[in-house]
Design a protein around this ligand. Structure first.
Ligand SMILES: Cc1ncc(C[n+]2csc(CCOP(=O)(O)OP(=O)(O)O)c2C)c(N)n1
Ligand SMILES: [Mg+2]
Length: 689
């Protein structure tokens, strides 16, 4: 068989596997894989620097399928290219990532082919996609990571990094705001290692894009500073080849390749219609489509002889050569630059340098104290020199969130100077979240910061970080009505609760400067979970730890900070963050009255819930039902610690614009309110007894 015949045979194998997978599952999206098969094929077979035998080789090109609904396209490629599975210890054990059986069980429980591609579940899937726009925005983070790692690790004669990032997107990705935010940032940063392939098929779920999408995408991207090219026919392999070559060679700009395609290509009645988008084609339509492709009409899940071998001779052989060249380069690098090589290795395995946490500060007792954000700035800058791949920035709020690295040589990550550790995401919280994901997926350790209120603007990306189990760090400051005069638009109420509702995300709201320091010690050790560090804008007294329990208790999520005589409390006062101080004051007042209370500092629900029952019962003895929980945030959810009889002092309305003192009075966040609630709890408990 000649090479063009094998090209066509391979493309039609991708198409028919996708059609058969969707038909068998009786759900899914066949049309886009059928249309874009030649595009993805040409990219993988002829361009992608990717070794199917080692899908986590650090300098591989990344391929992101941003239109995650077309997942069968990716699964077919992973299968045909023979991509190997990698275990959680980063080892390849020889078996296929996606077997033909997985494809036959598309969308079924435990299949490696879930409805949308999921990072961590299927090797070779570089990021989880499905929520439109996330993939292309994440690809910007990967391209940034490539630039940063190149600037940081490459040495003369040792180009350790320089991978290209390719993302395929549909109309939906380009309609979503996050796509625009990310494109704007990518153009600004002149990321010439980034290419987006836009499937310009004029179809979305409701029908033709003329219903809701008529802008000139090319002009928009030219405005962003991108190089824009076109391929007028998705089946034109020679033109695609050229477009990819040009994208690789174009300096100083990312490239958008606009590809005109026909959704459901070859389907006699469904091509070019939204019917090809979200439902199986149907047996008869499949038969006729296969006839159009010159395929055996009755064959299902057919991989003709020679197709796998063809992939092995293309992407397989090229990838193996590139990877082995890289590995020998790394051996030389190890000898010439052992320090850098060690850092590269640790970074790629999500390990930390020895002694990284030694410089974390301890803060002396101080009744005035300092703001959570200021304590965090000190902790972050203390550990940054010893953790060179910790990088991050803010959505234009670093002067307020205090996340800037001020240590010598930290520098700024800017267009053309890509070695800096301070990133500037601009006022783009959503894209920031996806970029952080892209950085983390590339194994750089990223943090991003903003006001807690605007976590809502980046929430879909935070959720994906949790779903992907990647250790992205969020620093959210201005954490409550403590913001004061800025008023209810800037005062978070429900945000903390809504972050706690994301499975796998760890939230930490420290009570004083020493808890902030401990929070950094704990969160940097996470290898597979994202975290939201919630900090105050206003100063918090630094507790005297000779009088109160050590801040290291934070690691267990909650701990007894101040206790009743003989550890026999009648009432428990629980709080997080700025409200812990209220409870400490109330505790003293109650002691004066002869009431035995215990103060529990509870910076993290999630970490506490993971402790053994014995520890949890030790901190919150079930027999003590008189409880007061205090948090300047939505009261919802605290019942689980307050118990049905307990009292929650929280927010039940929006805040208001006023000086902090007046707000604390208005909303009941004063020691007197806590004391009164404790007394009330006690008398009720006595009645119950
Ligand atoms: C954020 C988000 N909103 C809505 C959806 C539901 N959805 C899935 S595909 C789709 C239409 C996508 O159209 P397009 O990107 O052009 O893909 P095509 O149908 O051409 O493959 C929509 C609205 C989604 N997956 N993500
Ligand atoms: Mg479309």
């Amino acid at each position: 068989m000649t090479s063009p015949d094998l090209d066509q045979l391979s493309i039609n194998t991708i198409r028919t596997l996708s059609m058969d997978g969707v038909q068998q599952a009786n759900s899914g999206h066949p049309g886009t894989p059928m249309a874009m098969a030649p595009v993805a094929y040409t990219l993988w077979q002829r361009h992608l620097r990717f070794d199917p035998n080692d899908p986590i080789w650090p300098d591989r090109d990344r391929f992101v399928l941003s239109m995650g609904h077309a997942s069968m396209l990716l699964y077919s490629l992973l299968h045909l290219a023979g991509v190997k599975a990698v275990n959680p210890k980063y080892e390849t054990l020889g078996q296929l990532s996606v077997t033909l059986d997985d494809i036959k069980r598309f969308r079924q429980l435990d299949s490696k082919c879930p409805g949308h591609p999921e990072y961590r579940w299927t090797s070779g899937v570089e990021t989880t996609t499905g929520p439109l726009g996330q993939g292309i925005a994440t690809s910007v983070g990967m391209a940034i990571a490539s630039k940063w790692m190149a600037a940081s690790f490459n040495r003369p004669g040792f180009p350790m990094f320089g991978f290209h990032v390719w993302a395929m997107a549909g109309d939906g990705c380009l309609m979503e705001g996050i796509g625009g935010e990310a494109a704007s940032l990518a153009g600004h940063l002149k990321l010439d290692n980034l290419t987006w392939i836009y499937d310009n098929n004029h179809i979305t779920i409701e029908g033709n894009t003329r219903l809701a999408f008529s802008e000139d995408v090319a002009t928009r991207f030219i405005g962003y500073g991108w190089n824009v090219t076109r391929v007028g026919d998705a089946n034109d392999l020679a033109m695609l080849d050229r477009a990819f070559d040009i994208a690789k060679k174009t300096p100083d700009r990312p490239t958008l390749i606009i590809v005109d395609s026909h959704i459901g290509y070859g389907a006699p009645t469904k091509q070019d219609t939204h019917a090809a988008h979200g439902e199986p084609l149907g047996e008869e339509e499949i038969r006729l489509t296969k006839r159009f492709y010159g395929w055996p009409e009755g064959a299902k899940f057919l991989v003709p002889d020679g197709v796998r071998e063809h992939f092995a001779a293309g992407i397989g052989a090229r990838g193996a050569k590139l990877r082995s060249e890289w590995l020998s380069l790394f051996e030389g690098y190890r000898k010439a630059h052992p320090k850098e090589a060690d850092a590269l290795f640790r970074m790629q395995h999500r390990q930390l340098p020895e002694g990284w946490d030694k410089p974390l500060p301890t803060f002396p007792p101080d009744p005035v104290g300092l703001a959570g954000r200021d304590a965090s700035a000190k902790a972050l800058n203390a550990i940054a020199p010893g953790l060179p791949w910790l990088v991050g920035g803010s959505a234009d709020l670093a002067p307020s969130t205090k996340t800037r690295l001020t240590i010598e040589g930290a520098g700024d990550f800017l267009a053309g100077t890509y070695g800096g550790r301070n990133f500037h995401f601009g006022v783009r919280e959503h894209a920031m979240g996806a970029v952080l994901n892209g950085l983390s997926l590339s194994k750089v350790r990223p943090y991003g910061s903003g006001f807690l209120i605007f976590s809502d603007y980046g929430r879909p990306a935070i959720r994906l970080a949790a779903l992907m189990e990647i250790p992205v760090i969020y620093v959210f400051t201005h954490d409550s009505i403590g913001v004061g005069e800025d008023g209810p638009t800037h005062q978070p109420v429900e945000q903390l609760l809504s972050l706690r509702a994301i499975p796998g995300l760890v939230t930490i709201r420290p009570a004083d400067a020493n808890e902030v320091s401990e929070a950094w010690r704990v969160l940097l050790q996470f290898r597979h979970r994202p975290v939201a560090l919630i900090l105050t804008r206003q100063a918090l007294p630094t507790l005297d730890r000779t009088r109160y329990a050590a801040a290291s208790g934070l690691a267990r999520g909650a701990y007894v900070l101040a206790d009743a005589p003989g550890a026999k409390p009648e009432v428990i006062l629980l709080a997080t963050g700025s409200e812990v101080q209220l409870c400490v004051s109330a505790h003293q007042e109650l002691a004066n009255e002869g009431v035995a209370s215990r103060v529990v500092s509870m910076p993290s629900w999630e970490l506490f819930d993971e402790q053994p029952q014995e520890y949890r019962d030790g901190v919150l003895p079930p027999s003590v039902t008189a409880r007061v929980c205090v948090e300047q945030a939505s009261a919802i959810g605290w019942e689980r610690y307050a118990g049905t009889a307990g009292r929650v002092i929280g927010m039940r309305t929006f805040g208001a614009s006023a000086p902090l003192k007046d707000l604390q009075k208005k909303f009941g966040f004063a020691p007197e309110s806590v004391v009164a609630a404790a007394r009330d709890q006690l008398s009720r408990a006595r009645v119950r007894a």
